[in-house]
Design a binder for this molecule. Structure first.
Ligand code: NZQ
Ligand code: ZN
Length: 389
């Protein structure tokens, strides 16, 4: 097990009752709030009206900025920064999923920074301070509600880039599984896929031995794999959503990478896809991840075989571990198809015309490799996109 420092400062309020207390909870952090949300779902479900009322009752002044798109854009972040500065906002409350939360985090670091907030996403600067961010989660997926990450797309050049910094861990996140009842099947599948990928990115590691966290990751994967078909069949099943929502947070709140180094190449390779084609992150991951697995399998056949046996129940075969490993990948694809995902680029209308460009962007022209389990150069990434065709 590697050495590690574990720190997660996000207070989680989990269950049905805390949403009504959002005013009281938010008031602990600020009195002038930027309410930041997406394209309309939170309004339609009645969540936003309820939050406005609760903030007013708690004596909080609030300013609103809606319209966050999936794959949140830098231009809206600039608007948010302006609003926060103009109104001396002291807390940003994101209502929604990873996109609203990531946009809120970007505004939080941008407001207190004199330069261009994009500097943080290119690595030109590193954020050490931010306005506090709180969240009301409406979709189990990205895990941003308790992560130190934010992913933003710059329209010019179609660049989707991430920053990770302790100062953007949300101060609090309110998780009411009932909020997921209104999710359409495609968003359910995207969320489930992303959660699984956060677990698998951590699973494929060169750190050894890591038995305890292996077992935690396997258990979380199995929980998600069991609950997903149940919520698709019955979208108002509170108990199943509760499992998924908490699993989604724990999958990405840093606990499961304690003592190990995760891979993360599939995420970087996917971000190039969603930057150029504006597809959902989860939809892109369902295509990239199996291809990445096939490409890197030989690096550690035993680990892939262990994953196949323990997560997918594939029968072990001492004499042919590669076959076991390949069966695990096949079952992953079958599962993703069963929840409605496509697992090939051609199935979503993407051809090979921009593969070389995406591979080049992903490594900044081979200035660095991508991934830790197997460090990839642009020629490897190109091969992975081709395997995904
Ligand atoms: O915009 P609205 O109208 O709210 O609709 C959203 C959006 O269209 C809808 N939705 C959300 N909750 C709903 C709902 N519809 C009905 N009922 C509800 N309860 O779902 C759509 C997707 O929302 P979005 O926030 O984009 O989804 P997700 O949580 O998957 O976030 C994706 C973003 O997070 C980034 C991704 O790259 C992507 O940009 N990630 C962030 C991470 C982080 N900060 O730690 C890590 C992840 O790996 C990921 O990269
Ligand atoms: Zn993700």
């Amino acid at each position: 097990m590697d050495e590690f420092v574990f720190h997660n400062p996000t207070t989680i309020y989990f269950g049905k009752r805390y949403e009504a207390e959002v005013g009281r909870i938010a008031a602990q952090y600020g009195k002038r709030v930027l309410l930041h949300f997406g394209g309309g779902s939170a309004e339609r479900t009645g969540l936003l009206p309820a939050i406005r009322k609760a903030l007013t009752e708690a004596g909080i002044s609030y300013f609103e900025l809606g319209g966050v798109q999936p794959n949140p854009r830098l231009s809206l972040v600039y608007k948010g920064i302006e609003l926060c500065r103009k109104n001396s906002v002291d807390l940003i409350l994101a209502v929604g999923g990873g996109s609203a939360i990531d946009s809120a985090k970007a505004i939080a670091i941008g407001t207190v920074y004199e330069g261009d907030v994009w500097d943080f996403y290119t690595g030109k600067a590193f954020p050490t301070k931010a306005l506090p961010v709180g969240t009301v989660l409406t979709i189990p997926a990205a895990g941003s509600e308790a992560s130190p990450g934010s992913v933003i797309t710059k329209e010019e050049g179609l660049l989707k880039r991430a920053v990770n910094a302790d100062c953007i861990f949300p101060r609090f996140s309110i998780l009411n599984p009932e909020r997921a009842f209104t999710l359409p099947p495609a968003q359910i599948a995207n969320g489930v896929t992303d959660i699984m990928c956060h677990l698998m990115e951590r699973y494929f590691t060169n750190s050894k031995p890591v038995e305890f966290t292996d077992r935690l990751i396997e258990a979380t994967l199995r929980t998600v794999i069991a609950a997903a078909p149940r919520v698709l069949a019955n979208p108002t099943s509170y108990d199943d959503w509760a499992e998924l929502m908490w699993a989604g947070t724990v999958a990405h709140n840093e606990l499961l990478n304690t003592g190990r180094v995760g891979d993360w190449a599939s995420h970087d390779i996917e971000h190039e896809l969603s930057a150029i084609y504006d597809i959902a992150h989860g939809a892109g991951l369902a295509i990239v991840t199996p291809a990445w697995m096939k490409y890197t399998l030989k690096h550690d056949v035993a680990r892939f075989a262990q994953y196949a046996v323990r997560v997918w129940g594939v029968e072990d075969n001492y004499f042919d571990p590669e076959r076991v490993a390949r069966e695990g990948i096949a079952r992953l694809e079958v599962f993703w198809r069963s929840i409605g995902q496509k697992v090939r680029l051609s199935e979503i209308g993407i051809d090979d015309s921009r593969i070389a460009e995406m591979a080049r962007k992903c490594t900044d022209d081979d200035a660095h490799t991508v991934g830790h389990f197997v460090p990839l150069r642009s020629k490897d990434i190109e091969a992975i996109y081709r395997l995904a065709l």
